[in-house]
Every structure is written in structure tokens, then in C-alpha cells.
Design a protein around this ligand. Structure first.
Ligand SMILES: CC(C)(COP(=O)(O)OP(=O)(O)OC[C@H]1O[C@@H](n2cnc3c(N)ncnc32)[C@H](O)[C@@H]1OP(=O)(O)O)[C@@H](O)C(=O)NCCC(=O)NCCS
Length: 183
């Protein structure tokens, strides 16, 4: 379980912590903002719903993750607001694939470039090692220069490309690059 305060390079005191069902609404608000700021997330902003029903569904999803010792969500908070998050999820539940997990992360635009992506990846990789995984996988849009550079810096290698994996509303087709890291 992660929970620590730290000083961000922008001079603010932030907190990095494991989240659970109590933070469901904060997490959805974060997702709504981050999906509206960039096309690099897998959903569009209008696909993130803040209705009571959606918050309740998110609470249930978060509870399952929170109670699973091999899956987690770690967020960075500025006071009560989630401004960044990394998710570690099991990729396969059979014995043949239970050494694999997947990672996904995002940070609000105003907090980019302060080392928070690196911090979230470090904590995510620590969790993955402790949970007994041996391979971490992720997918990234081919035009996401910052994320591809961050993942390379963290030791990830490219393993393939799915042409046209994402079809944007403006008509563009964007490839997905698969990356992995052995841990
Ligand atoms: C990708 C993202 C997580 C990076 O987070 P960040 O906190 O800005 O990253 P950091 O400050 O820790 O930078 C780490 C490395 O990322 C790379 N990087 C970050 N911003 C970059 C940019 N604008 N251009 C190129 N490389 C960049 C660099 O390699 C950098 O290492 P360096 O500081 O030693 O040069 C962030 O831009 C983000 O959340 N973007 C929107 C959502 C998204 O793309 N999520 C990933 C989906 S796969």
C-alpha cells in the first residue's frame, strides 16, 4: 500500500497513494479531465460518465481492484484532487499467463514535465515486482512521443504494432505500439 507526501518540482506538496472505492468519484472526475485534454487515452471525455449510476459502478470496480493483492490503482493527489494515476492489472489468470500484468497511466496537462510520470511508473513497477509478475505490458498510440520516450527511459521495449488500432472522431487512424518490460 503506497501513501507518502512529496515535494513536486513545481513547489507544491503532493501525495501519492493507493486508491480504492472511496475515491471512485474523484477518479472519474480525473478521467473526465484527462480524456478531454488529449487523444492519447483509450476513451473520449464524453465516454466518461459522472452520473450516480456510473460512480456506483466505478466504486464496485475499484473495490474489486482494491481487494485483489495482484492489482492496484496508485494516484497522485494535489490536496483532494487526483491529478495523475497508474493502474496495474493482471493480464492473464491462467497459470500459463499469470506472470503478465498491464500498466496504464495518465497525468493532467498542467502537471506534465515534473517527473510525475516517472514516479508513477517507479511505484507501479515496484508493485508489479512485489506481486510476483515477471512481465509488464502496455499499449501506446504511435504519435504519443512523450509516453513512448518515458517508457523507453523506464526500460520498456517495443514488441509490435497494430495498424489503425485507434480511429479518432476527426477521421485519423492511429497505430498502437505494444511495449513490454521483463522484471
Ligand atoms: C506521458 C506522460 C505520462 C508523461 O508524464 P510526465 O510526468 O510529463 O513525465 P516526466 O516528467 O516523468 O518525464 C519522463 C520522461 O518522459 C519523456 N517526456 C516527457 N514529456 C515529454 C515531451 N513533451 N516530449 C518528449 N519526451 C517527453 C522524457 O523521456 C522524460 O524524461 P526526461 O525528463 O529524462 O527527459 C504525460 O505526458 C501524460 O499523462 N500524457 C497524457 C496521457 C498519456 O499520454 N498517457 C499515456 C497513455 S499510453
Amino acid at each position: 500500500m503506497v501513501s507518502e507526501k512529496f515535494l513536486c518540482k513545481n513547489g507544491k506538496e503532493l501525495k501519492i497513494a493507493t486508491i480504492g472505492p472511496k475515491e471512485a468519484e474523484q477518479f472519474l472526475k480525473f478521467m473526465k479531465q484527462v480524456t478531454g485534454e488529449t487523444h492519447f487515452m483509450s476513451r473520449y471525455e464524453d465516454e466518461v460518465n459522472l452520473s450516480d449510476k456510473s460512480i456506483e459502478a466505478e466504486r464496485k470496480r475499484q473495490k474489486i481492484l482494491f481487494e485483489d493483492e495482484r492489482q492496484t490503482m496508485i494516484s497522485i493527489f494535489d490536496e483532494d484532487r487526483i491529478i495523475g494515476n497508474i493502474a496495474i492489472r493482471t493480464q492473464g489468470k491462467s497459470r500459463k499467463t499469470d506472470h503478465r500484468c498491464a500498466m496504464g497511466l495518465g497525468i493532467l496537462k498542467e502537471y506534465h514535465g515534473y517527473g510525475l510520470g516517472t514516479l508513477l511508473m517507479e511505484r507501479g513497477l515496484d508493485f508489479a515486482k512485489e506481486a510476483g509478475y515477471q512481465c509488464v505490458e502496455l499499449g501506446v498510440l504511435a504519435d504519443n512521443v512523450a509516453a513512448r520516450s518515458l517508457y523507453k527511459k523506464m526500460g520498456f521495449e517495443e514488441s509490435g504494432c497494430l495498424p489503425g488500432a485507434f480511429h479518432l472522431d476527426d477521421g485519423r487512424w492511429i497505430d498502437e505500439i505494444s511495449m513490454y518490460k521483463k522484471i
